[in-house]
Structures are given as C-alpha cells and as structure tokens.
Design a protein around this ligand. Structure first.
Ligand code: PLP
Length: 464
C-alpha cells in the first residue's frame, strides 16, 4: 500500500514514511492510494473476535511491507493490553436502540489512546529500523498531548514537544501532561488558542530547513496511522448490531469522524455519520450551509473540541471531489488566504449523503449530563454530552441503531460534572494520583520564533 497527498504534489510514500512524517511535503494530508475492501461476511466475523485481532486484520491492509505481520500483531497486542476493559471499546446500551461506544478505557482515559498506543509502538519500531532520532511536535486541545506522552514518553530516540493553549484545558488534562517524569517530554503552554498552536506546528513543518534538521514528525490526528487505527471501532461496533447504525461523533479536528468515512469506504454499512460540535461549530456550518469559514475559537465545557480549523476535513473534501487534487490544492490555498471557502454544490451534495451535523452549547451540554444521569444513573463527560444532545436533534430513522461515541471518561472533567449534577464523578486512581505530583511546563507567547528557539535550545542541549 502506498500513500498519496490530498494536494497531489508529493511522491507516493510507504506506511512507515507516512507514520514518521505525519504531514505530506506539499502541505497536504496522506491518503491510501486505494481503500482496502472487506466483504459483509468478513465484517460479520469481527463480531466474535478479540478487538486486537480485528485491529490487526484491518491494519495489515494499511501497513504494506513496512512491518511484518508478527511485528504488527505484537505491537497491537501490547497496545491494548494496557486498557482497563477487556473489550477495549465496549458497546454499552443506553436506551432503546441507543448505545454508548466507550472509547476511554486507555491509559489517559480519552479516545486518543485507542490509536496513539498503537502508533507509539509502531513509531518506535520504524525509527529503530531506520536509525536516527525524531522530534515529535503535537498541538493539543487537551487529550492528544497526554495520549502522545503516554505513548512516546521515555523513548530513547524521540524528543516530544507538546503545545497546549494555556489555561484552556481542564486541570486534569493539564496535569496528565505536565506531571510526566520523562526527560524527553517538553510541555509548552501557549498564550493563545488551539488554532494558534496548530498554526505554529504547521509553520514549523513548512520551515524546510528546520524540519529536516530536527527530523520533525507529527502525531496529531492528521497522521494517517491514527485514522486507520480509529476506523477499527466503527467495524467492531457495527458488527454487533443488526442494522446499519447512525454514528454520532463529538468532533473537533474531524479525525475521528473521518475514520468513520474510512470504515464506510472499506465496505462497512453505516446509515449516517452525525458530526456533533459545541459552539465552535465550523463543521456544522460547513456541512449544512456549504461555507467553511473559521471564526475565533471560544472556550467551552468540552475543551477538546474548541477548534475552528478542522484539519482532517481536507480528507473528506478530497474524497467528496472524486480525489480531485487540483481542486483540493486550490481550495486549501483559498481557505488559507481568506479563512473562508465556499463548497461547490456537487461536493456539498456528496458530503451530505454521508454526514449530518448538529451543535450543542454549554447549557445544552449541562442539561444533557443532568438528564442522562437522572434517567439512567450514568455520568457522561461533556464531549459525550455534546454528541448526545446532537443525536437528540438529529432524531434518526425508526429502527436504526444510534451509536454515540463516548470519547472521554467523566473523571477528566469533574468541575463540569459537578455543575450539572451537583456531585463530582468518581475519579479513577490513574487521575487522582496526579494531584500529588509536581508539574513541569513552560509558558510562551504564541509566536513562531519563540517556539522554534525553545525547541532548538532543547535539541542542542541533547546533542551536546
Ligand atoms: C480529540 C477529542 C475529540 C475530537 O476528536 P477529533 O478527531 O479532533 O474530531 C472529541 N472528544 C474528546 C474527548 C477528544 O479528546
């Protein structure tokens, strides 16, 4: 399997290249040259398999000859051995024909672990095969940072820099990053928004000289390996249901919901993907009105979705345009210049056959947490609550199962939960122990030269 860029100006690359670089050299995102296909009977057979086994079956189609089947199996098994539920992504009934797909059973209690635990191990293996070191830079709205630290902290050949928006992640999310004892982990708290952080990461990659010298790598959701690993739970969930489900996905950077599109393109029958956002609703406006326009990111109770530029949407545009790389390249440059892009009716129409979109503000988030708690006794986190509120607005067709992706453990957001139900959620030991540990972070203004100088200084320190 080879990978091509959505912007059509980079040579095709192997899975290992894609894994280690993240972003394509022409600024586009890597996509498989063609999608592997699974037949209905192959998909039905996933029902009785272990999660890790299904993951290996699917990922084997993507890794090509970058890893042997044994290497892949060993890394996937080790990744999911760290989860606290043997089903890894359990499908939990919530109401009549409604389910929560719980994706928060990994080491940092958010769905990012499902892909990052696999990616970290494959990354270390690819680096070892190739020799040399890598500098990994991750912008995080809250959960990618800790998941990357849990996956890459302590690896001898990696320096990891994590940029989060200062004061805009929950205390638990911050502590999960800043209490890491690993010397290769560097936390930068940026005075700015997630979009500022993501913008700086993109500029560092665009700086050819720096990028080559530092051997830069991105493990953000733009890394295709994450999309591939996230597509697995769409299969395992749908295989257990008797009709094609509607998946409702709490959305920020559009990575998780695009993994649903990937599953569909590999043959999975899905009725609809419902994109759920908070007030940062660029994707809701885009999918309903055809105007992809960024505003100012506003803080909310679901901070991991406080995003105005949804990077992975470029992948959906690539597919919806019939893989028209000329269109994508021009569209993305128009968006970069004007922060606004009008989607042509034919492409919007193609997107709307697959996606629907609804938003929920903070007060709807709170009332949803409250309602679910009083009706079912369950406590859901604010991101999951946004999806539940969006699911309610969507309605759906009678008889089709509704699967809501539960992307974080409520214990990560005790203040929002307390505001909703008047009591704190149970805090897992993995989190409460963090309250005792010292924190390590550097606060920087959101200026490219400052961040680059900080990274250069740490890398120079390492070389000396
Ligand atoms: C990252 C994250 C999201 C958004 O996922 P995207 O792939 O960026 O759309 C939703 N919920 C939680 C808890 C997250 O950490």
């Amino acid at each position: 399997m080879r990978y091509i860029s959505t912007r059509g100006k980079s040579a095709a690359q192997s899975f290992a290249d894609v894994l280690l670089s993240g972003l394509a050299p022409d600024g586009g995102l890597f996509m498989p040259e063609s999608w592997p296909r699974f037949s209905p009977s192959e998909i039905a057979a996933f029902k009785d398999r272990r999660y890790a086994e299904t993951a290996v079956t699917i990922l084997r189609q993507f890794v090509g000859d970058s890893f042997t089947p044994d290497e892949l199996e060993s890394d996937v098994d080790a990744a999911y051995a760290r989860f606290d539920d043997p089903e890894i992504a359990p499908l939990v009934p919530l109401g009549r024909n409604q389910y929560l797909l719980e994706l928060f059973h990994g080491p940092t209690l958010a769905f990012k672990d499902v892909a990052m635990q696999v990616l970290g191990r494959l990354f270390a293996r690819a680096l070892e095969k190739r020799g040399g070191r890598a500098t990994v830079i991750a912008a995080t709205s809250g959960d990618t940072g800790s998941a990357a630290i849990a996956a890459l902290g302590g690896l001898p050949s990696v320096e990891l820099f994590v940029l989060h928006p200062h004061g805009r992640v929950s205390e638990m999310q911050r502590r999960q990053m800043t209490t890491s004892a690993h010397a290769n982990v560097h936390n930068i708290a940026l005075n700015g928004s997630f979009d500022d952080a993501q913008g700086i990461v993109k500029s560092l990659f665009a700086d050819d000289d720096f990028s080559k010298r530092a051997n830069l790598s991105a493990v953000n959701s733009i890394n295709f390996a994450r999309i591939a690993a996230q597509s697995v739970y769409y299969f395992t969930a749908a295989a257990r249901l008797s009709a094609p489900p509607v998946f409702v996905v709490p959305t920020g950077n559009f990575g998780d919901v695009f993994a649903g599109e990937a599953a569909m393109r590999m043959g999975l029958a899905v009725d609809r993907l419902v994109v759920a956002t908070n007030v940062n609703d660029i994707m809701v406006r885009t999918l309903n009105d055809g105007v992809y326009a960024a505003g100012e990111a506003r803080p909310s109770l679901s901070p991991s979705m406080d995003i105005q530029v949804a990077s992975n949407f470029e992948r959906a545009l690539f597919e919806a345009s019939g893989r028209d790389t000329d269109y994508v390249r021009v569209a993305m440059s128009e968006f970069r210049n004007n922060l606004r892009l009008q989607i042509p009716p034919s492409i919007l129409g193609a997107l709307q056959t697959r996606y629907a979109a609804n938003r929920a503000d903070d007060s709807e988030t709170i009332s949803t947490i409250k309602k679910v708690h009083s009706e079912t006794g369950k406590i859901v986190d604010p991101h999951t609550a946004v999806a539940l509120a969006a699911a309610h607005k969507y309605g759906g067709r009678e008889g089709l199962p509704l699967v809501i992706l539960a992307t974080a453990h409520p214990g990560k957001f005790p203040d929002a939960i307390e505001a909703a139900i008047g009591q704190k959620p149970p805090i897992p030991d993995r989190l409460s122990s963090l309250l005792e540990l010292p924190e390590k972070l550097t606060v920087l203004d959101a200026k490219l030269p400052l961040v680059r100088a900080y990274i250069e200084a740490r890398l120079a320190h390492h070389e000396s």
